[in-house]
Design a protein around this ligand. Sequence first.
Ligand code: AMX
Length: 458
Amino acid sequence: GPDLRSALKELIPARKQELLEIKKNHSDVKVGDITVGSVIGGMRGNSSMFWQSTSLDPEEGIRFQGKTIQECQALLPSDPEEHDAKKSFLPESMLWLLMTGDIPSETQAANLTRELASRGRTIPKNTNKLMENLPRDMHPMTQLAIGLASMNQSSQFAKRYEQGALSKTDYWEYTLDDALNLIAALPALSGKIYSNIVNDGKPLGEFREDRDWSYNISSLLGMTTKDSCNRQNLSEEQANDFVNLMRLYTGIHVDHEGGNVSAHTTHLVGSALGDPFLSYSSGIMGLAGPLHGLAAQEVVRFLIEMNSEISSETSTDEIEKYLWKLLDSKRVVPGYGHAVLRKPDPRFTAMLEFAEARPQEFEKDKNVKLMQILSKIAPEVLKKHGKTKNPYPNVDSASGILFYHYGIQEMLFFTVIFGCSRSMGPMTQLVWDRIFGLPIERPKSLDMNALKSLCHMS
Ligand code: AMX
């Protein structure tokens, strides 16, 4: 079908049948063994979640419905007005892929783009009023969580459920409505937050119903030349590049399988039949943690600090020395290593390629230069150091410093942009949770006595 809802309607019967069959005939099949180490070690290596749209391969990195980032860049529709898209597909295309498993046609992608723009043109009055009255110095992620939670008042799912008139087979339709409204509201919400931080709450740009989601995020941050205050004095080309950076960034951070904190939290809260706004607001609270979404700002600080202490960003010797000094004082190299991945993060590679495709733009930026050079030097140093299981750059190595380059320099705000993107995977899962009628999540916990007894300790 030309729209997402009818495309889903076509898919649902067969998919439901598939899961039903697995449940009926194979529920006893063993997935793995859970160890005491995993119980006290954050459930690491314990495969115990069902997640539809993405999976993480230790070598390849993330796959979206089985497709690598490169495949997505080659296959997913980009903005029709963008003749020089340089691999920046529309996040709307990605959302279609996540939801359905299929590559959308140009028309399907354009329709979804239009639908989100039309749903996102206005946010609920109460939410708007609330956002206007938030303290200007409140943490941007707290502002985002508050804004999202407040939209629960407009939840179609919550309203119908409250009225007691909702049959279980219809849950997904209202959840889909809410999910699309939530994703659609993120440009306005993040624009409001940024304007609170940098412009005393006065708007930085306009929302355009005829443009795509990332364009509107950029415009409301004041980062386009036409529809915004353009406080960075960007040229037409730079502003266009920034929108493409936004499309790229928000297109590849949508999901990282189910176990990461933001995705898992959304799923967990949603499993109690919380509506999408309450569920994703909780996910956003999780994303705000320094071990999760906040890492990008660490890298930016690190690059700026190193640059202030070395004579030139091309001085390999000094960079090596700086890294050894860091490691010898038992600190980590920010932006390197990963809990699961064992190769350079393909999301990092995609961001690096964005910079490499624009040499003139980034030539004079010594932080971006250092980021590029570091990605060659640091892996060698970390290999010699010999501790980290993955000496390669992770996703956070490049993203922050590119936003910083174009003038988004309020580091706590980076995670809000991450939060715009990350909505897509968890919202997709929540819709499918309702389609499948998955139950409330309720793992069993063990107390100290139970652990000791399992370990034959007295
Ligand atoms: N620099 C120096 N030492 C590192 C390192 C790095 N970048 N990455 C890992 N190590 C060390 C660990 O500290 C650990 O040392 P220990 O044995 O003395 O405790 C040893 O190598 C083994 O760790 P690991 O199994 O390779 O990694 P992990 O799964 O425990 O942790 C991560 C993963 C990302 C937290 C870690 O690599 C790290 O701290 N990196 C730097 C910070 C960073 O970039 N964070 C962003 C993560 C990206 C994200 O997921 N958002």
